[in-house]
Design a protein. Structure first.
Length: 81
């Protein structure tokens, strides 16, 4: 049996003694700041919600999202490329 994480820490692969292989990735990560809620629903899509104005927006990226941070009215998103 063996489990390994990707170098960016967002995906995992595991293998069992019977030959089964499993893959996993981080999804449904949620962060909040002030009146904003962000949810990583797919590996490359972030849903942004403004709770005061009741507005929603979908941000889609070409690559998977490794990390996202929201502070001081700025969103920073990190992708592999």
């Amino acid at each position: 049996m063996s489990i390994n994480w990707s170098s960016d820490g967002t995906m995992c692969a595991g293998a069992g003694g019977n030959g089964n292989v499993a893959f996993a990735q981080i999804v449904d990560k949620t962060i909040s700041w002030a009146n904003w809620d962000l949810k990583l629903c797919d590996d490359n899509k972030i849903y942004v919600t403004d709770l005061i104005h009741e507005m929603n927006e979908e941000l889609e990226f070409n690559d998977r999202v490794i990390h996202m941070s929201l502070r001081y009215n700025h969103l920073v998103v990190v992708t592999p490329t």
